[in-house]
Design a protein around this ligand. Structure first.
Ligand SMILES: [Zn+2]
Length: 325
């Protein structure tokens, strides 16, 4: 078999194993198997972005067969039971931990509830980093197996550090949720006009003015303290949309502070949301009603803009692109 094809076949097999094998619950020391947890509540959040066949559009990351340097994802229509899920928690913890935000109406300005949304998103990001690290490891192993006469090297430090940071923030939040004393994070909820879009993400925005966002210190050494995270949850709820933002007091994120100010003081919410979807996220959901209104040329432009900034975590990404205009 041709070497490139042999590599793809092996990697695709590994990829399926990584994504399909059973995972352990992420809550504290639980050893039970994780079920597919919805990142946001199926009712009434995800079901408010579906059409009358219970489907919505979401991001699908390309498989190794489909992926190219220019295309890492596509937008696909999925059913409510198959989309916006991840193997996060066992059945017991999926129900017990989040019960306060499963009984409606939920007070989205309440600190404990803000912490619960944030905790679930941190866990989602942690699971994604597990997948990413295992994919990197399988890539190196496959190259070594199929081309043993060549020297292969891969640096997994990024994924390993991300996992270390996320475990740190996860443990902190677990302690706070248990004790009811919330001191490490600053939570902000902003009420916005309703838009049938959901996203949940935790990321670090590189800020040249903020050492807490640098992967390396001023001497070029890998950081030993966590990178400053921003954790975002945006969704429609009872006729409005809400964004819950979380930043850490000890590892502050000034990008989030500016975002909060902009969200509260601007008339161009659409542009802000469009920028987040286009340049900051790799996981979101949108209602068919809204998505199908977007002209095809605009969708193509979105793909180009998004792919062109795939690895861009810069503080400022200034463009005129607006998915909704
Ligand atoms: Zn569990």
């Amino acid at each position: 078999m041709d070497t490139q094809l042999a590599l793809k076949v092996r990697l695709e097999k590994d990829r399926k194993h990584i994504y399909n094998r059973s995972r352990t619950c992420l809550f504290e020391n639980c050893r039970k198997a994780a079920i597919g947890s919805h990142v946001l509540q199926k009712r009434p959040i995800i079901n408010s972005i579906v059409d009358n066949t219970n489907h919505f559009y979401t991001i699908k990351n390309s498989t190794l067969f489909e992926a190219t340097a220019e295309q890492h994802f596509s937008i696909v229509k999925v059913g409510i039971d198959n989309g916006y899920k991840f193997p996060g928690f066992c059945n017991e913890h999926d129900t017990a931990i989040f019960k306060d935000i499963e009984i409606h109406p939920v007070d989205l300005f309440n600190t404990r509830n803000q912490a619960l949304f944030t905790y679930r998103t941190i866990c989602l990001e942690l699971r994604k980093q597990h997948f990413y690290l295992e994919t990197c490891e399988s890539l190196l192993a496959a190259h070594k197996a199929i081309e043993p006469h060549k020297i292969h090297y891969s640096n997994f430090d990024g994924a390993r550090l991300a996992i270390k940071d996320l475990v740190f923030f996860k443990k902190e939040l677990e302690t706070e949720l248990r004790t009811g004393v919330f001191i490490n994070n600053l939570f902000t909820t902003v009420e916005l006009p309703e838009r049938k879009i959901c996203f949940s993400a935790s990321l670090t925005i590189h800020d040249p003015k903020n050492k807490h966002t640098w992967e390396y210190d001023e001497y070029g050494r890998t950081k030993t303290t966590p990178l400053a995270p921003t954790t975002l949850n945006y969704f429609p709820y009872q006729g409005k949309s809400y964004i819950i933002l979380a930043t850490h007091r000890a590892f502050p994120c000034y990008w989030t502070r500016r975002l909060i100010t902009n969200l509260k003081n601007t008339n161009s919410i659409d542009k802000i949301i469009s920028d987040i979807l286009t340049y900051r996220l790799e996981f979101w959901g949108i209602s068919p009603d809204l998505y199908e209104l977007i002209p095809e040329a605009k969708k193509l432009q979105f793909m180009r803009e998004s792919e062109g900034n795939y690895d861009n975590f810069n503080f400022d990404i200034n463009t005129n692109f607006n998915l909704f205009k």
